[in-house]
Design a protein around this ligand. Structure first.
Ligand SMILES: Cc1cc2nc3c(=O)[nH]c(=O)nc-3n(C[C@H](O)[C@H](O)[C@H](O)COP(=O)(O)OP(=O)(O)OC[C@H]3O[C@@H](n4cnc5c(N)ncnc54)[C@H](O)[C@@H]3O)c2cc1C
Ligand code: FES
Length: 285
């Protein structure tokens, strides 16, 4: 025991120390949202499961949790889609190619891509909530025979806020794939659907008993999406969602992200709906 303690301490320190990555590419998605591709400075093999997040450190500013939005089959870089909402996210999205960013993780529970094998995958995303679900789409399209239909219901505030516009169009052309988009407020150039994401459920070809639903977006949107999924016949245990709370350590040590008896960083961020329903019903948590 006397020799184990320092080793444990070192292991915990290593776990908490950000590894240096360099910005390879910055792509503008919308006025305030950018996709950053980061490559490790070492010959580290990058690996993650869709739904997991990293702690990204903008040196001199701060550290924030950001979901990995890239392709899980790519092992020499990590991709993140970040909306600038405050000091740290602003610092991250304004980093240029070659800048250094610290990366910890990947952390957290993933979307149930193994349990969903052989089933239809129904994705409901709102705004930046599409980012943690994009790796699921890449995975399903790369393993097309292992899954049934892929249905994406995606809502954003306005046409200018839609993420991954070219990819949305290319996903819609894939076999056994249905992509439905809507915006809360249209403009003259927008000929698509206008209304919140729940208003496009009626156009989706859903077979709830053979489907796994994955939902991510603002909490209010997720509540309405769950209601709609339940009304369409989805069982509670076939609905999964990704929750957000402010985080510090990202590893279950500091208690910052505590949600009732759970830590979002360690037990989530992806949860099966039937397991967190009592917590979701308690608005003060
Ligand atoms: C598991 C997880 C995954 C995430 N993935 C992404 C992602 O892929 N892309 C992305 O852009 N953002 C993501 N976020 C949210 C991101 O971490 C916050 O936007 C960020 O921490 C804000 O930090 P800041 O210093 O820029 O702003 P701050 O100055 O800390 O806050 C600015 C504003 O954002 C609000 N805010 C701060 N943190 C959060 C949060 N966690 N959730 C909601 N609102 C918050 C504050 O209340 C404030 O109004 C994720 C959060 C979690 C917990
Ligand atoms: S962020 Fe520290 S316990 Fe979750």
């Amino acid at each position: 025991m006397a020799t184990l303690a320092p080793q444990l301490e070192t292991a915990v320190q290593d776990f908490m120390v950000p590894r240096p990555y360099r910005v390879q590419r910055v792509g503008k998605e919308t006025a305030d949202t950018f996709t950053l591709t980061l490559a490790p400075e070492s010959d580290e093999h990058t690996t993650f499961t869709p739904g997991q997040f990293s702690m990204l450190w903008a040196f001199g500013v701060g550290e924030v949790p950001i979901s990995i939005s890239g392709d899980p089959a790519v092992h020499d870089r990590l991709t993140y889609t970040i909306r600038s909402v405050g000091a740290t996210t602003q610092a991250l999205v304004t980093r240029r190619a070659g800048a250094e960013i610290g990366v910890r993780g990947p952390y957290g529970a993933a979307w149930p891509i193994e349990a969903a094998r052989g089933r239809d995958v129904v994705i409901v995303a709102g705004g930046i909530g599409l980012a943690p679900l994009r790796p699921v789409i890449y995975h399903v399209l790369a393993h097309r025979k292992d899954y049934g239909r892929l249905v994406l219901l995606y809502g954003s505030r306005s046409p200018r806020d839609l993420l991954y516009r070219k990819e949305l169009a290319s996903w819609a052309r894939q076999p056994d794939t249905q992509v439905l988009e809507t915006v809360d407020h249209g403009n003259l150039a927008w000929h698509g659907h206008v209304g919140v994401v729940t208003t496009i459920f009626k156009y989706a070809r859903l077979e709830p008993e053979r489907s796994t639903a994955m939902v991510c977006g603002p909490e209010i949107m997720m509540r309405f999406a769950i209601r709609e999924l339940r009304a369409s016949g989805f069982a509670r245990e076939d609905i999964h969602l990704s929750m957000e709370r402010n985080m510090r350590c990202g590893t279950g040590f500091c208690g910052h992200c505590q949600w009732g008896p759970l830590f979002i960083c360690k037990d989530g961020p992806v949860f099966r709906y039937d397991r967190i329903r009592p917590l979701m019903d308690r608005h003060e948590l």
